[in-house]
Design a protein around this ligand. Structure first.
Ligand code: AMP
Length: 299
């Protein structure tokens, strides 16, 4: 089964203490779509400008990502720029140029409307609503978000949360949303807003799921060197959704393993700038790291 992914399709200019790389392929939907593509077919919904390099379109194609829902409009592609400190958990946004995103109105191709697995990757919640409104009867809808929307579009986000099966956010966003310092209390409060599955990401410390079968603590793959963590959260949720769409059996039976696959896919993302490392990864390498994680966490 395929996963429909909507989110940002961007050019990212990224600075770390060691290097600087301008105009890489980025955006929440790009990272999530490539990650999901390791497990099955992906349908992408997004927008780019006429300046979007052809080589990036080819890269999506190499990953067999369906591009019928990618609009190419006159104007500039969304451009985001960020700078990391020596401690890569700390990032500063230097620039956000919306470009064609300013007037983006995602209209789903007919073939997309019956998708059963939907990932509303990080993008304005009003656009996440708009995509969901066009879906026929999705089986499993998950959304990701960011602090910006908690700051400037909270009413839209609060209306979206009850429409979701799963909600994914990081620990500082969970704190901002619930005012809870304790992650387990935050999970409980977010459940009360509607979603059956709530996942709080904790960067290099993994993630925590709260669902019908209780909690699950998902480890991050131990990396000795992080080159660029941009898109790790998107790769995590993209890998998880790709795995779930391909899995047989119920969501409850598969979601823990799906998170581990998401976590491993995100580890490859962190080993190169932008999508450089993820796009070179082979499914067999993902399997090896999953087995390593299994050994590391068994007791
Ligand atoms: P992450 O590292 O998981 O937070 O995701 C980083 C990605 O989010 C980058 O590739 C950016 O292009 C994208 N991004 C940054 N700001 C925004 C925004 N306001 N809306 C949508 N995507 C964004």
């Amino acid at each position: 089964m395929s996963v429909l992914i909507v989110g940002s399709t961007a050019l990212d200019s990224i600075k770390t203490p060691k290097a600087e790389n301008p105009r890489l392929l980025g955006g929440s939907a790009s990272h999530a779509a490539v990650a999901a593509s390791f497990f099955g077919p992906v349908k992408l919904v997004g927008v780019v400008g006429k300046d979007f390099p052809k080589k990036y379109i080819e890269l999506y194609r190499r990953h067999k990502i369906d591009l019928e829902g990618l609009q190419i409009l006159p104007g500039k592609t969304f451009h985001w720029s960020g700078e990391y400190e020596v401690n890569m958990n700390n990032r500063r946004t230097l620039l956000t140029e919306l470009g064609v995103f300013e007037t983006f109105n995602p209209t789903l191709p007919k073939a997309y409307q019956a998708s059963e697995f939907v990932l509303l990757a990080n993008i304005a919640p009003a656009l996440q609503h708009h995509v969901l409104d066009q879906m026929k009867r999705p089986k499993f809808v998950v959304a990701d978000t960011m602090d910006l929307w908690l700051n400037i579009a909270l009413p839209d986000l609060l209306k979206l949360i009850p429409r979701l099966d799963g909600f994914v956010l990081n620990d500082s966003e969970a704190h901002q949303l619930t005012k809870e310092d304790n992650v387990f209390s935050a999970l409980q409060k977010i459940h009360k807003m509607g979603p059956k599955y709530v996942i709080i990401k904790k960067g290099s410390h993994g993630s925590i799921l709260s669902g019908p079968r209780g909690f699950f603590i998902c480890p991050a793959y131990p990396l000795h060197q992080v080159v660029d963590p941009t898109g790790a959260g998107d790769s995590f949720v993209g890998g998880m959704m790709g795995y779930l769409a391909a899995a047989k059996g119920s969501i409850d039976d598969s979601i823990r393993r799906a998170m581990v696959y998401g976590s491993v896919t995100a580890s490859f993302c962190c080993e190169g700038f932008g999508l450089n490392s993820t796009t070179k990864t082979k499914r067999a390498q993902i399997e090896r790291r999953v087995q390593e994680l299994e050994k590391l966490t068994r007791f």
